[in-house]
Ligand binder design. Structure first.
Ligand code: NDP
Ligand code: MG
Ligand code: MG
Length: 341
């Protein structure tokens, strides 16, 4: 069984005694910063000059400075800008402000695992990675609960990196749900694999292929949308509550039998072979290099793919349908239409 941590395993006063800079005020940034503040932690937000997020952070009564200013002030720095910008922010505005005893924190191991960031000697490097979107991290905390976190220490120069990381994890509400001990390598590789092969890449393309199959066979797109996309959430909720078995327990016998006989025809041994190839590209750094090289060249491949995928017919049908029903009038939807998380 993995090493688990709960509120009782962490001392909140450790992080309350430090000065914490949160760099970035996006999806994770706003959630960490507000949860830390509400847990009695001295926190400041670091943003670049002219940042669009500045107003949102100031609205919350938070102190905002440039990344340089808050990095100089802080002795714990959590980097929550997009992964592809972290190494530049670090090189330009954080590195020279680090002193012995400072702690550098991440919510994803990408830049440490692929050596885009190297912390100077004397600085602890740790990770507190919530296993959920930032808006859920904030919402759960406000409801008195938390989103599970995974915690890792890469450099323990002070000897107390674990205590600080766990104290931070407690302050953002993560240890209410529970924390699991991991390493930067394990977190980075499994996180990338999970999002590429199953959660995001796998799911998006499974849904698109299902939609195409039905509409190409002449069925109405609106019906196809409900059958292959809308109902996903109901199925996934059951899986999260009680595993694949609870989902199979709740669906009809017809659906359950179809699961057993047709599931393996769709997800056959080729799919697993492809998954292994995806994992290999993650492990050998090819995916990271492709992503970062493209970003450095102006993100052309990224922009092309984004545009192509957004034009898939299921998006238009879905937009129209969601507008006709009330279930989607929630916070996340309005956050999403504002653009940046
Ligand atoms: P976001 O894309 O939401 O971060 C946007 C924020 O970063 C904005 O405040 C933006 O400012 C700021 N920013 C962007 N570029 C820079 C820069 N060059 N210098 C300073 N600030 C900058 O990031 P996420 O929250 O999605 O991701 C943050 C980290 O958390 C990543 O490591 C990610 O892998 C990890 N993570 C994310 C999860 C999620 O829920 N999204 C889940 C778990 C981990 P502006 O408004 O000016 O653009
Ligand atoms: Mg991820
Ligand atoms: Mg059905």
């Amino acid at each position: 069984m993995a090493d688990m941590f709960y509120d009782d395993n962490a001392d909140l006063s450790i992080i309350q005694g430090r000065k914490v800079a949160v760099i970035g005020f996006g999806s994770q940034g706003h959630a960490h910063a507000l949860n830390l503040r509400d847990s009695g932690v001295d926190v400041r937000i670091g943003l670049k000059e002219g940042s669009k997020s500045r107003a949102k952070a100031e609205e919350q009564g938070l102190t905002v400075g440039t990344v340089d200013e808050v990095a100089q002030w802080a002795d714990v720095i959590m980097i929550l800008t997009p992964d592809q910008h972290q190494r530049t922010v670090f090189a330009e505005s954080i590195k020279d402000n680090l002193k012995d005893g400072d702690v550098l924190l991440f919510a994803h191991g990408f830049n440490i695992r692929y050596n885009y960031i190297e912390a100077p000697k004397g600085v602890d490097v740790a990770m507190v990675a919530p296993k959920g979107p930032g808006h859920t991290v904030r919402r759960e905390y406000e409801a008195g609960r938390g989103v599970p976190v995974i915690v890792a220490v890469e450099h323990n120069e002070s000897g107390s990196a674990w205590d600080i990381a766990l104290s931070y994890a407690k302050a953002i509400g993560g240890l209410r749900a529970g924390g699991i001990r991991t390493t930067f390598t394990e977190e980075t590789e499994t996180d990338l694999f999970g999002e590429q092969a199953v959660l995001c890449g796998g799911m998006s393309h499974l849904v698109q292929a299902g939609f195409e199959t039905l509409t190409e066979a002449g069925y109405q797109p609106e019906i196809a949308y409900f059958e292959v996309l809308h109902e996903l959430k109901l199925i996934v909720d059951l899986m999260v509550e009680g595993g694949i078995s609870k989902q199979r327990w709740s669906i009809s016998d017809t659906a359950e039998f179809g699961d057993y006989v047709s599931g393996p025809r769709v997800v056959d041994e080729n799919v697993k072979k492809n998954m292994k190839a995806v994992l290999e590209d993650i492990q050998n750094g090819d995916f990271a290099k492709r992503f970062i090289d493209d970003q450095d060249g102006g993100a052309k491949e990224f922009a092309e793919l984004r545009e192509k995928e957004a034009a898939h017919p299921i998006e238009g049908v879905g937009k129209e349908l969601r507008g006709m029903f009330s279930w989607n009038a929630n916070q996340l939807d309005s956050d999403y239409t504002e653009g940046s998380a």
